[in-house]
Ligand binder design. Structure first.
Ligand SMILES: Nc1ncnc2c1ncn2[C@@H]1O[C@H](COP(=O)(O)OP(=O)(O)OP(=O)(O)O)[C@@H](O)[C@H]1O
Ligand SMILES: [Mg+2]
Length: 247
């Protein structure tokens, strides 16, 4: 049975795609079969982060040009398969002008999970609420919400929770890009109060991440960095079913 984990944030640039890529690599390195779908057709990232070859994408699948599994490329680690969102702006223009059947997304997630016998499916999303992110959330077993420890990110909570609170999934909250010296207990209290969900992890701001220029995935480049330890803590929290609350 595949476990579907959706990574979402209210605001952009919180680190969703970077965190997801690292979790995917680390989960696959632990021997599980992992699928990743970049549902962010507006500003995709994972094709670059995983250095995918040109080929079919989620957009091609949504436009009826291929089955979803034809868009999956093995990348990063054995047992890790990535479906990029789109490979150029032409597909996005076409999707915007012709539209697509949003029901193809959950059908595609199910088909990919079966076809590749996935243990875990990780879905990357565009920030905020839109067709793709909401549809991905509706497929989630666990909704992982990323937020920076500032009032503006935390204020996005009501909008996300107004929707996520009705979904039959569990929630895991991750604080992202925490500045050095941050009072972890204070951050935890503020975040848990705002999101009404237990904190699955606090990720420190790591200048080494910026210094990679998106050329490599952090856990590959800095396997011994404390940030990787935090990624592993989050994976344990996601696995330990009691540590995230039912929404
Ligand atoms: N813990 C961190 N420390 C320092 N930089 C980080 C950290 N996490 C992510 N970044 C950097 O922040 C930038 C944004 O990250 P990323 O693209 O993963 O965010 P995102 O939430 O997916 O953005 P978008 O909403 O545009 O999809 C990237 O340059 C990334 O390298
Ligand atoms: Mg992203």
């Amino acid at each position: 049975m595949t476990r579907t984990i959706v990574v979402h944030s209210h605001r952009g640039g919180t680190g969703k795609s970077s965190v997801l890529a690292n979790l995917a690599l680390l989960i696959a390195a632990g021997g599980r079969r992992v699928g990743v779908v970049d549902t962010d057709i507006h500003s995709p990232t994972l094709d670059l982060l995983f250095r995918l070859e040109p080929g079919f994408s989620l957009a091609d699948y949504l436009l009826g040009r291929c089955e979803i599994e034809a868009a999956a490329q093995q990348a990063g680690a054995p047992g890790l398969y990535v479906v990029p969102a789109r490979t150029g702006t032409a597909a996005l223009r076409e999707l915007m002008s012709t539209g697509y059947d949003v029901g193809l997304l959950p059908e595609g997630f199910d088909r990919l999970s079966r076809h590749l016998a996935l243990d875990v499916l990780l879905l990357d999303t565009h920030a905020g609420l839109n067709n793709e992110s909401v549809t991905a959330m509706a497929s989630a077993d666990v909704l992982m919400i990323l937020a920076r420890a500032d009032r503006i990110d935390l204020c996005g909570v009501e909008e996300t929770l107004a929707l996520a609170g009705r979904l039959p999934c569990r929630r895991a909250l991750v604080m992202s890009m925490a500045p050095a010296g941050v009072d972890r207990d204070e951050v935890g209290r503020r975040a848990e109060a705002a999101y009404d969900a237990p904190l699955a992890g606090i990720l420190p701001y790591a200048p080494e991440m910026a210094a990679l220029y998106g050329e490599r995935i952090f856990a590959e480049a800095h396997p011994d960095h404390p940030l990787v330890g935090e990624f592993l803590t989050i994976i344990s929290a996601l696995d330990a079913r009691d540590e995230v609350s039912r929404a």
